[in-house]
Structure formats: structure tokens, C-alpha cells
Design a binder for this molecule. Structure first.
Ligand SMILES: Cc1ncc(C[n+]2csc(CCOP(=O)(O)OP(=O)(O)O)c2C)c(N)n1
Length: 624
């Protein structure tokens, strides 16, 4: 393991003195803001102050007056709890005032939230759930290297305890695989985590071996040696593979009373201690730093003109799986140069491989790394691409914290979960998405769609392309008849009435595969003389309350809701919530208990969501 010593850094003594002053200001402001707020993480900020001083003054190419300049570098605080340092950086570059920093940080209504979010125009994504910033940085760097082909660089500040998150190693793996020379992880190895020493403490050699094994360059530096940091960053920018700057630092550096002390994580300095520390650091400063500006770029991909999207067409009655229609729709959307597709090594099951064949330059195989799959999508949308990421519905649960944080990031992403429910049949419960609707419905600002046929599926995939927020579409493994005419519209928030009149006795509400069970049941019940309405609830969130209300009023509140999902948080609860306060006679058919293997029909019958169960439920309601 070789240490970067700073021997080739061009920094003269005057520049070093100015950087020292800047670092002192970042320390002073981190202390003042957190002490004034009465909360925050000053010691986590102090350890990285020298790293950030050198970065913003000398290496981060950023036009602070135009945060949406596509040529800007990206700065991601993966250790988002070091927000006092980030906001002190924003003061030092002149975009946040000293008054706001000290008097608004962590206060109610302030944009300087406890952990950074994109309400601040210089923040790409929300961080604070550790292990997310670097994986998102991989997505941003993928866009830079393969799509924009622009010279911007991505810098991610990471904590050393954060490095034990598996998602960080998913990011290191994919950063190495894709040769992301435009990505640098700056690891603040300050030996301490939240409750005490980290797993590797100051074993820099172990970090070095690990990151090199993942195909990264490792630069080991004393994280308080400004020349060494400068040299490491300069080399990182020139590298043809990603760099991890492994910086040996001291937590609380600059305040001897707390330096390298275990009990100071996440604690502001008391006022008297803060006063002493600020005085010892040379007092309050109002330095402004002007770092390097980006070179203008014209991103390659976006200069290509979009051709009109022509959605695939299907014959009514033809049996087509919605997962296949999803793949077909992606290919159609590929005429838009901003559409990109990511896969979790199941592209031949989700049919995203159709896009891979048609548009290999805009397809990213993330392999079996679902956290990185979602994070890469988030990173790509930072660069204004429209990512579609797909895997089995069940496996998004591995990445759920990334989906949750996407909601906080106000990220515009599109997720497709295939192989939903017991309908998948023989593979058994490990492969069945039975919780995904609940997971996705719970995300801030999400949209949840569940088409029953190929025509509605392609229409909804097209709708998703232009929607904001976290958009989820659930697809089915098996092939079922096409129900709709090509070109029919499926607005998000709507539903379709497939059977019924103004005088129905009972309404059957299904979505996805259970729509087909409802239709078969309705046809059977009609022979008994029952007037049955069938609603295809293809938009689970937002939900079509007027249509449900009308059904409830028409049928005296008699509703059979059928879903291939556990009862908690699925379609039944969505419908009942939408109709809260209405006089209802609902029967909620959902998967209860643990399925095993079998044919799709056996599975649905055993779970009590098959055709016979729907018929029985409707009869039970109308007999009352
Ligand atoms: C996923 C996740 N788990 C736990 C936490 C709680 N937490 C906040 S900071 C921290 C310690 C981080 O230590 P390190 O990465 O070494 O950063 P440092 O503060 O030492 O610079 C923990 C456990 C979190 N924010 N996110």
C-alpha cells in the first residue's frame, strides 16, 4: 500500500495558508450551526473539513450560480449526517448566507434540513440513510460516461462505518465493472462510527485491498495533509477507473476536547465549549471561495431528436403476458433518446431484454444487485434521463429503502415488478411478489399501476414515461386474453368497467390477473340471473374513487374485491380506504397464509382468489 504524499502537488505556501483558513472556516461554521440548532453532527463534519476545503477550492468544477448547468461536477454527501459541513460549504461558495446557516439549520420550515434533500438546488438526492449516496453516484457517473459523454466528475463523501453497508459494495462492484473513471469515493476514515470504533478502525491497508479487488484505484492519504489530498484528487480526475481516496482522519479534528473521542457522535458542542473551539480555530470568518468552473458541454444523447412513439398492437382475445407487453412497450419508447432501461439480471423474464437488443447503448445490466439497480435509476434521473428498472416484484423489497429514499429525493423513476402473486405457479413463494403493492403504495408521492392485459399495459408504460415521482407497474407472468381495443386510453387514476349496467346487484373489483377471474365469475353469475359489474382497477394509486363510489351506490354496497397479494396494504385496503364512511357490504379475497408450488389455477384456487371463490363470494353477498 503506497501513501499519496503530495510531492507533486503544485500548491505553494500562500495557497496552503488560504486553504487552511478555508478549512478552519468550515470547521467553525459546522460548530456554530449545530450548536445554534442544538443538534447535528459536528464531529463527523470536522474530520472531513480539510478534504472539502481542497475539493471545493481546487477540484470541484461547479458553477454555483447555475446548479442545473449540465457541465457541473456532482457532489454527493453519502454521509448525509455531515450536513453542517455541506451547508458550511454552501456558505463558503456564497449560495447560503451566514445568517441562514446559523439561524435556520434544522429549524422548522427551513430548507437546511437535518440531512440534505434536493429542496436545495445544489443537492442531487436525499441522503442520510447511509449506504445510498455512492450507489446513486454510480448512476450519475454511468450517465456521464456512457450517455452524456461529458467530462463532469462525481465526488461522493463516504463515512468509514458507512462502508459496512452492502450497498456500498454493490456500488464499488458496478463502479469497477463499468470502469467509471469519472467517479471518486472520498472515504473519511475517522475510525469512529456512532457508538464506538468502526469494524476496520484505521486499517487503511484493509480498505486498500478491498477497493482494489473491486477494480478501483486506491489513494491512501493523511486526510489532514492538504498537499496529499490535492494530489490524490488531481490523480482521481485523470484516472480511467474509479478512485477511492482513503483518507485517514481524526473525528472532531480541530477541537482537541473531542478529537478521536467515542462519545461525541451526533452531539453539538455545548455553547461554552463551542465558544472556546471557535476562538481556538481563529474565530468566525466570512471567506468566499471561487473554485474551478466547468467546461461547457453539449450532452450527446439529448441532442438526438425523439421520434414519435408507436405503441405495439395486439389482437383482442390473443393471449399475451403483461410482462411481455412491458418489454414491447420499452422498445417502442426507445425512440425517445432520454429513455434508459436497467435490469437486475432477469431481463429474459421481465422482457427488458427486448430493449437491450434494440437499444444496447441505453441499457444497463446491473446484475443481481437490486439496491444498485434502484440507485442507478435515481442517478440517471439526476441527469434528466427517464429510467425504467425492472426485476421480479418480490425482489424490489431488497431495495425498499432506496425506493423510500427516492420519494424523499423527489426522484422521477419507473419500476416494473414482474412475477406478481401466487399466479406465478410452480416456482413457489420465494419468487412471489405478495407485499409489493403495500410497499409501493406507502412511498411518498408514488403511483402504482397494475394492468390486466397487454393493451392497457403498453398504454400505462407510456404514461409512466412522463410522470413525476416513484412510478411502479406490476406485471403478471402468465399469458391472458387481450381485453381492450388498441389505442384505448388508460389515464392514471382511472379504471375500466368491463361488465355491468345501471342496476347491478354486486360489483367485482379486480386488477391484473384477478380481472380475468372476475370476468369468468361474472359470466357464470349472469347465467344465474345476477346483474354483475366488473371493474378493472388498473390504477391502484391514485385510485378511481368516483367509479368505486358509483359501484357501491348502485349495488347497495355489495363489493367483492379480489387481489393476488396479501390483504395488508393491497387493493382491498386501497378500495376500502377510498370508500371509508360509505355503507358497504364488502368481501375481500386476498392471499392469506403461505403458498407452495402448483399450477397458476391451483395456486389461485388454494389462495381463495380463483373463479369459484369469486362466484361464491358474490352469491353470499346477494343471498343476504
Ligand atoms: C442505514 C443507516 N443506519 C444507521 C444510521 C444511523 N447512523 C447515523 S451516522 C452513523 C455512524 C456513521 O459513521 P461513519 O460512517 O463512520 O461516519 P462518521 O460520522 O464517523 O464520519 C449511524 C450508525 C443511518 N443514518 N443510516
Amino acid at each position: 500500500m503506497a501513501m499519496t504524499r503530495g510531492a507533486t502537488s503544485s500548491l505553494g505556501d500562500g495557497q496552503i495558508a488560504r486553504l487552511r483558513e478555508l478549512a478552519a472556516q468550515l470547521r467553525v461554521d459546522s460548530i456554530r450551526s449545530s450548536t445554534a440548532a442544538g443538534s447535528g453532527h459536528p464531529t463527523s463534519s470536522l474530520s472531513a473539513a480539510d478534504l472539502l476545503a481542497v475539493l471545493i477550492a481546487r477540484h470541484l468544477r461547479y458553477d454555483w450560480s447555475t446548479p442545473d448547468n449540465p457541465a457541473n461536477d456532482h457532489l454527493i454527501f453519502s454521509k448525509g449526517h455531515a450536513s453542517p459541513l455541506l451547508y458550511s460549504v454552501f456558505k463558503a461558495v456564497g449560495v447560503v448566507s451566514d445568517d441562514e446557516l446559523v439561524n435556520a439549520y434544522r429549524r422548522f420550515g427551513s430548507r437546511l434540513e437535518g440531512h440534505p434533500t434536493p429542496v436545495l438546488p445544489w443537492v442531487d438526492v436525499a441522503t442520510g440513510s447511509l449506504g445510498q449516496g455512492l450507489p446513486v453516484g454510480v448512476g450519475v457517473a454511468l450517465a456521464g460516461k456512457y450517455l452524456d459523454r461529458a467530462p463532469f466528475h462525481v465526488w461522493a463523501l463516504c463515512g468509514d462505518s458507512e462502508m459496512t453497508e452492502g450497498s456500498m459494495w454493490e456500488a464499488l462492484d458496478k463502479g469497477g465493472f463499468y470502469g467509471l473513471g469519472n467517479l471518486t469515493a472520498v472515504v473519511d476514515v475517522n475510525r469512529l462510527g456512532q457508538r464506538g470504533p468502526t469494524e476496520l478502525q484505521w486499517d487503511l491497508e484493509a480498505y486498500w485491498r478491498r477497493v482494489e479487488a473491486f477494480g478501483w484505484r486506491a489513494a491512501v492519504v493523511d486526510g489532514h495533509d492538504l498537499r496529499a489530498i490535492d494530489e490524490a484528487f488531481a490523480q482521481a480526475r485523470q484516472a480511467d477507473r474509479p478512485t477511492a481516496v482513503l483518507a485517514r482522519t481524526v473525528k472532531g479534528k480541530g477541537v482537541p476536547e473531542v478529537e478521536d473521542q467515542p462519545d461525541w457522535h451526533g452531539k453539538p458542542l455545548p455553547a461554552d465549549m463551542a465558544d472556546r473551539a471557535v476562538a481556538a480555530l481563529g474565530g468566525v470568518r466570512q471567506l468566499q471561495v471561487a473554485g474551478p468552473m466547468p467546461q461547457p458541454v453539449s450532452p450527446a444523447a439529448r441532442s438526438a431528436a425523439a421520434e414519435p412513439v408507436t405503441l405495439p398492437r395486439y389482437g383482442k382475445g390473443e393471449k399475451v403476458a403483461t410482462r411481455k407487453a412491458y418489454g414491447d412497450a420499452l422498445v417502442a419508447l426507445g425512440s425517445r433518446p432520454d429513455v434508459v432501461v436497467l435490469d437486475g439480471e432477469v431481463g429474459n423474464s421481465t422482457y427488458s431484454d427486448e430493449f437491450a437488443t434494440a437499444y444496447p447503448d441505453r441499457f444497463f445490466e446491473i446484475f443481481i444487485a437490486e439496491q444498485q439497480l434502484v440507485a442507478a435509476a435515481v442517478g440517471l434521473q439526476v441527469r434528466d434521463y427517464r429510467p425504467f428498472a425492472s426485476t421480479f416484484a418480490a425482489f424490489f423489497s431488497r431495495a425498499y429503502d432506496f425506493v423510500r429514499m427516492s420519494g424523499i429525493s423527489r426522484a422521477n423513476i419507473r419500476l416494473s415488478g414482474s412475477h406478481a402473486g401466487v399466479e406465478i405457479g410452480a416456482d413457489g413463494p420465494s419468487q412471489m411478489g405478495l407485499e409489493d403493492l403495500a410497499e409501493m403504495r406507502a412511498v411518498n408521492g408514488s403511483t402504482v399501476l397494475y394492468p390486466s392485459d397487454a393493451v392497457s399495459c403498453v398504454a400505462l408504460v407510456a404514461e409512466m414515461a412522463d410522470r413525476q415521482g416513484v412510478n411502479y407497474i406490476r406485471t403478471t407472468r402468465g399469458a391472458y386474453p387481450v381485453l381492450y381495443d388498441n389505442g384505448e386510453s388508460f389515464p392514471v387514476g382511472g379504471s375500466k368497467q368491463l361488465r355491468g349496467s345501471d342496476h347491478d346487484d354486486v360489483t367485482l373489483v379486480g386488477a391484473g390477473v384477478t380481472v380475468h377471474n372476475c370476468l369468468a365469475a361474472a359470466d357464470h353469475l349472469a347465467k344465474d340471473g345476477l346483474r354483475v359489474r366488473v371493474i378493472d382497477l388498473y390504477s391502484v394509486k391514485p385510485i378511481d374513487r368516483p367509479a368505486l363510489l358509483d359501484a357501491a351506490h348502485t349495488g347497495d354496497g355489495r363489493l367483492v374485491i379480489v387481489e393476488d397479494h396479501y390483504p395488508e396494504g393491497g387493493i382491498g385496503e386501497a378500495v376500502l380506504h377510498a370508500l371509508a364512511g360509505e355503507p358497504l357490504q364488502p368481501i375481500h379475497l386476498a392471499v392469506r397464509g403461505l403458498p407452495a408450488s402448483g399450477t397458476p389455477t391451483e395456486q389461485m384456487d388454494a389462495a381463495g382468489i380463483g373463479v369459484n371463490a369469486v362466484i361464491e363470494a358474490a352469491r353470499a353477498l346477494t343471498r343476504r
